[in-house]
Design a protein around this ligand. Structure first.
Ligand code: NAI
Length: 387
């Protein structure tokens, strides 16, 4: 697809400073297709380190800010001030930064989880709608092309009626108390920074969103969840959780969210079982989608091939056989965010608008899911109604 190069959206970042886990991919994704231009930033909890990093990234000295409040205020006073902001800070700050940005007329791209409670998420949704502003949430795996293929296959009835959904995001990186030495893990197991959950919100919400996107005709009716802190010092936050979910069409799902799956690199999988066939996608091999029809040999679909549904090819950057990865998936999402923020300059005709777009409702659903999982688990693993 041709890349849009007209009038990049003036863009600022909060968080994602030097050494952060996720800052680099935000910048790579936003800048890849020239749909955003990085012109301001408050990158770090440490003001001086943040300003120095902004200068290294090439910002003008007066736009490398010491904190996000100064940035939002300073930019609002400029005729060429930022139009959009990305938030890549620890979870406890997302709500207040998103709120201030929206109040000041900025579009927002926020890290997950969007905030800590359904009530906060609904407030942000109401505010964004009243201001006619876009909030995107970086469920980055949704930008992989094979997720669009999976969605098209379900919609076209290739699987038949959906019966079972297996979801997992279960890595092994925190099977020991690595937080004793690693600050980026330390805040994740502290409720003051991470919120009411660790792995449910940090990783379980990723496959949950993939399921929402692929199975958008199905709604969760009720769920039950159990959660454990295998590294005891993490209590009350869990490092492992298992959730069962019933959908309104009678389908059943399970979600394994874990940071203690020793030996696993990433372990994010989605398997969807229908009455005729099943599909399976694994984020460690994101260019392939497994398609199994009952009674036939399994097939492996490859990204970029002409036999895929057209919507799986819209974001193609290079022909099949060349591996694409998470950076491309995120760039695909950033382009869709831009298309929603400034449709006149960035919407590619017909195509992008039908692709997956993790918006504020996706952010709200993630928060709702975590809230319900925690409610169920804290009551001893009982079924709870979802809405
Ligand atoms: P990190 O701890 O590695 O980095 C956080 C960065 O934010 C640091 O540069 C820190 O100095 C800065 N910061 C903290 N408070 C700030 C403030 N008030 N103002 C400005 N900067 C501030 O954290 P990491 O792993 O990068 O996570 C950040 C967010 O991204 C979290 O919400 C996390 O859940 C999310 N995340 C999302 C991923 C995804 O796949 N979408 C993957 C990894 C993280």
């Amino acid at each position: 697809m041709s890349q849009q190069t007209r009038k990049p959206i003036r863009w600022g970042m909060v968080g994602g400073g030097r050494g952060s886990q996720i800052g680099t991919i935000h910048r790579n994704a936003a800048l890849r297709d020239n749909v955003f231009a990085l012109v301001a930033g408050a990158f770090d909890i440490d003001p001086e380190r943040g300003r120095a990093f902004g200068l290294e990234l090439g910002l003008d000295a007066d736009r490398a800010y010491s904190d996000y409040k100064a940035m939002i205020k300073g930019e609002a006073e400029r005729p060429d001030g930022i139009e959009a902001i990305s938030i890549a800070t620890p979870n406890n700050t997302h709500y207040e930064i998103t709120r201030l940005a929206l109040e000041n007329g900025l579009h927002v791209i926020c890290e997950k989880p969007l905030c800590f409670s359904v009530q906060e998420a609904e407030e942000l949704l109401t505010l964004s709608r009243s201001k006619d502003l876009i909030v995107g949430v970086t469920y980055g795996y949704a930008g992989h092309q094979m997720i669009e293929q999976a969605r098209a296959m379900v919609r076209n009835g290739d699987l038949g009626e959906i019966r079972v959904v297996n979801l997992a995001f279960a890595h092994g990186f925190h099977s020991e108390a690595v937080e004793e030495k690693n600050p980026a893990t330390r805040w994740r197991v502290d409720p003051a920074f991470a919120g009411p959950s660790y792995v449910l919100g940090d990783i379980g919400t990723h496959p949950l969103f993939l399921a929402e996107a692929i199975l958008d005709h199905m709604k969760i009716k009720r769920l039950m969840c159990v959660r454990q802190s295998f590294v005891k010092s993490r209590a009350p936050l869990e490092d492992n959780a298992i959730t069962l979910m019933e959908y309104d069409n009678g389908a059943i799902a399970n979600v394994w969210s874990s940071a203690i799956n020793a030996g696993s690199m990433h372990g994010q999988r989605i398997r969807i079982v229908g009455s005729k066939a099943s599909i399976e996608w694994w984020d460690e091999q994101p260019n392939q989608l497994r398609y199994e029809i009952q009674g036939e040999p399994a097939r492996i679909f490859e990204r970029g091939m002409g036999y895929l549904y057209p919507q799986a090819l819209i974001d193609d950057r290079i022909g099949g056989g060349h591996p694409e990865g998470l950076f491309e998936a995120w760039a695909n999402l950033y382009r869709r965010f831009a298309a929603r923020m400034q449709p006149h300059d960035h919407a590619a005709p017909s195509d992008i608008s039908n692709l997956i777009f993790p918006d504020i409702e996706a952010g709200l659903e993630g928060v709702r899911w975590v809230e319900n999982c925690v409610r169920s688990a804290n009551a001893g693993g009982i079924w709870v109604d979802y809405r």
